[in-house]
Design a protein around this ligand. Sequence first.
Ligand SMILES: Nc1ncnc2c1ncn2[C@@H]1O[C@H](COP(=O)(O)OP(=O)(O)OP(=O)(O)O)[C@@H](O)[C@H]1O
Ligand SMILES: [Mg+2]
Length: 497
Amino acid sequence: MSQTKVRKDQKLLLLQKKRSKRNLTEILMESIVKPMFGDNITTIGSKIAGLLFIIETLRRYLPGQLKITIQELLFNAIQRLPFFKKCSDKTLVFFSPYAQIRFREIEEYRYNYAYSAIKTYLGAQVNSQVKNLKGSLVKGRKSLDFKRDDDKVEDEYEGVKLWWEVLKSTAGVKMCRLTFHRSNWEVVTGPYLRHVVEEGKSIEEKKKKVKLFMNNPSSNWKMQMKNLWSSIEFEHPATFDTMAMDPEKKEEIMSDLLGFRDGEEYYKKIGKAWKRGYLLHGPPGTGKSTMIAAMANLMSYSIYDLELTSIENNWELKKLLLATTSKSIIVIEDIDCSLDLTGEREVKEDHQSNAEIKKEKKKNAVTLSGLLNFIDGIWSACGQERILVFTTNHLGKLDQALIRRGRMDMHIELSYCRSYAFKILAKNYLNLDSHPLFDEIEILLEETCMTPADVAENLMVKDGESGVDGSLKGLIRALEQLKSNHHKKKKVEPTFK
Ligand SMILES: Nc1ncnc2c1ncn2[C@@H]1O[C@H](COP(=O)(O)OP(=O)(O)OP(=O)(O)O)[C@@H](O)[C@H]1O
Ligand SMILES: [Mg+2]
């Protein structure tokens, strides 16, 4: 069957469904509501009593979802009567014994954690009576994981029946809708929903996977803040154990991070937003990106890799920030290359046309002040438990306002490979704690500037001789080469006095 035919059939089915719903409302209107009330209300009391009798009968004898659907239709029919059109919401609500609560995925521009907790809770309602399930194999686990895959879930709590629906509006807004009898208002809005959210959160915590998010270009954003970020599962193997750097510095960074993670009370006490900024600087190949991965693995936080060059203006930057979840690391790599850090744009030459200036502005309209707002303005206080990481190869190029303490709380320098870093790399790559060639290598490392990335590359090469000796000798050759190149360069360079 061709695709267009399938689409036509689906449209037809949808139209029929809509029609049948409308027809049913009309049938109820003609057969029950109009004969009872007519268009003119005179003896309202006895008529309301009659209607309540019908509603109560439905409540007793019809099964769950069907009962709600018919009552909803009846309610809709009543609302169409001229008399009731003039009534306030309060009067109308009196005729519907059911209440509904909607939990939208994005509520007032912010991610709604209740939505994800509820979805997780509903997915976990698995038993032998369930018709639709979905199965998956999670990495690192032996057994399959089953989740409920129904749009409608009936639940029961302390004898109270509740009906959940997982919906998506035509505008693409995802939501969970809960329907319950008004007489159970206290139980549902209190202990029941608390139970659902807590249960959902604890399941999420147990199954938590670290994710890597990337921002989509705004031209791909749809309505209602959807599709701002794309994500994949984060599976980088880097840890602080494998980071080649000064052990003391490493210890300091790790305890700073863990202190931050457990610092909710402390941040509340001092009245500061629960966030922390780290600036990683150093030459290419010294482990800045590797450290971000190690941070995410240590904290079990997801990474939001923010590509500033694909953001058109400060407003988009705010939207992206608001759509991030807590327990996350927001990363801007090579901050000096992503942004015009001089703040105000330079005045353009006279001969440059207005159109050209406009085009230029649009191209790079995220400004330094926008970014500063993003870091510590009102907007950043909207989200808690977030880490910000900036990386740069050129610390000197950054505006002081951007890197002052309080914005970037900790400056971490990653540098060329020295003795302590080499020992960690030798352990990682060759499983060596010591070797007669270590002394020679360590002296050469002090005399040269080789990055950990280059040392690691050399340790992986099996140059001629096999085994660890071959790798270490290869590294020595590379270091000697680097040293002699350095001397040659020095000789050529003129000296200024
Ligand atoms: N300090 C380090 N400890 C362990 N491995 C490192 C370290 N530095 C570099 N490496 C290795 O070198 C590779 C490149 O490092 P990485 O991408 O982290 O460097 P970078 O500082 O982010 O460089 P750039 O400035 O070019 O982005 C990594 O895959 C890692 O294997
Ligand atoms: Mg990098």
